[in-house]
Ligand binder design. Structure first.
Ligand code: HEC
Length: 375
């Protein structure tokens, strides 16, 4: 059994403790303004969640640090720092990872696995060509729409906290899971009799290999649903999820004309209109009471701030709060929103204030502010 592949402190031989310290130092100096003090993201994406647009492998992360992403604020650091420093930052990022990474999804034709009472095992796949192979940026397993096949998934599993772990997998179809080459889970909906089991496993901190084989009896169905649970802390890592394809880019930026959008933003009244002005100022106008709820400058909207449970989480505004944001001065009892529109660089909102139709116009002013008129 290849139980422990490597400890965090020597991530696959990439880094020593001293390098990680140097990496953390450099991260705190260079990267945290955009990627957040704890890699949780901000202006730039989170560097420890389940979504890696440019790949989650050590090589892919180094490539981005070296070359940057052309056309974005992510510059390349190749010419700025010596290689040892770039490796140290990369290894510091790797040391913060948890859950599945480098998720490779291969889909195999179903006809080779027709006996659904049989256990799926890795050796059955050696003589069959897969229909497709793809490294998923989501780092959770999903099938494309309408695909009818058998899943074979291979991924790295990053564990930060050692101890007893156990898979929790819904019994739909048949599923076999291997960790570091050892079979640890087998469930089969259509064969209740043969020894199905779900082993408790001891995992050391470090990187482990996970293989998942999964098939479902019905055509075009794919409902692998599972998690890996750390028994002591209760922490869970998702094995499956949804594709984010189509959700990229995730940032709404200022354009030469104003924009008005509605997004769920934490701590802002739910029906607020977000007015994105061309000078990167965002004004949240509450159409229920006619007040400015909040305003930001140097701002943009991040629609997918937290990807593991992205559908449930509100969008976020990245930016600086405008101090003393200009107010509308509206003090009407009854504010009814009629409609809103864009007029060049201005956001125009028409409401009935105590029965009288009024127009609120929000216009950009200077680099960091806005003006508001009510007529
Ligand atoms: C000025 C802001 C800024 C700074 C500073 C910055 N980044 Fe980025 N970074 C970004 C943005 C924006 C992106 C997203 C680029 C894109 O995909 O369009 C990004 C993307 C990345 C990615 C790819 C993430 C993925 O999902 O694949 C990595 C890795 C990364 N940055 C690492 C770093 C490191 C390490 C540093 C410090 C040495 C750093 N960045 C400094 C803004 C920044």
């Amino acid at each position: 059994m290849r139980k422990l592949i490597c400890l965090i402190a020597c991530l696959a031989g990439y880094a020593h403790a001293a390098d990680l310290e140097r990496g953390q130092q450099l991260y705190a100096q260079l990267c945290f303004v955009c990627h957040g003090p704890n890699l949780e993201g901000g202006k730039g994406p989170a560097l420890k969640d389940d979504y890696w647009h440019h790949g989650s492998s050590p090589e892919a992360i180094l490539e981005i640090i070296n070359k940057g992403v052309p056309g974005s604020e992510m510059i390349g650091y190749e010419a700025v720092f010596p290689e040892a420093d770039r490796l140290a930052v990369r290894d510091y990022i790797l040391s913060q990872q948890e859950g599945l990474r480098e998720v490779m999804r291969s889909v195999y034709p179903k006809e080779f696995f027709q006996d659904t009472t049989q256990k799926l095992t890795l050796d059955q796949f050696t003589n069959v060509e897969s229909d497709s192979q793809r490294l998923l940026p989501e780092n959770v397993y999903y099938m494309d729409r309408g695909v009818d096949g058998v899943l074979r998934g291979h991924s790295k599993l990053y564990i930060r906290e050692g101890g007893e772990y156990q898979f929790n997998i819904s019994k739909i179809g048949r599923t076999t899971v291997y960790v570091n080459g050892e079979e640890v889970h087998y469930s089969n909906q259509s064969n209740k009799a043969d020894g199905q089991y779900n082993k408790k496993i001891q995992l050391e901190p470090g990187i482990h290999e996970v293989d998942i084989l999964h098939d479902e009896p019905r055509k075009h169905s794919y409902r692998l649903h599972g998690r890996l649970r750390h028994n002591k802390s209760g922490k869970q890592f998702a094995l499956n999820g949804r594709s984010l394809q189509g959700n990229v880019p995730k940032i709404i930026k200022a354009t030469p004309t104003a924009q008005i959008i509605r997004k769920w933003i934490k701590d802002i009244p739910p029906r607020s209109l977000l007015c994105l002005l061309p000078n990167q100022v965002i004004v949240a106008y509450n159409p229920v009471d006619g007040q400015i709820a909040k305003a930001w400058h140097t701002a943009e909207v991040n629609q997918t701030p937290s990807l593991p449970d992205r559908s449930a989480n509100p969008s976020q505004i990245n930016g600086e709060e405008v101090t003393n944001p200009p107010a509308t001065g509206i003090d009407s009892q009854l504010v009814q929103l009629l409609h809103y529109e864009i007029s060049g660089t201005d956001a125009v909102i028409v409401s009935k204030l105590d029965g009288i139709e009024k127009t609120v116009t929000i216009s950009p002013q200077g680099d960091n502010s806005y003006s508001v008129t009510v007529q």
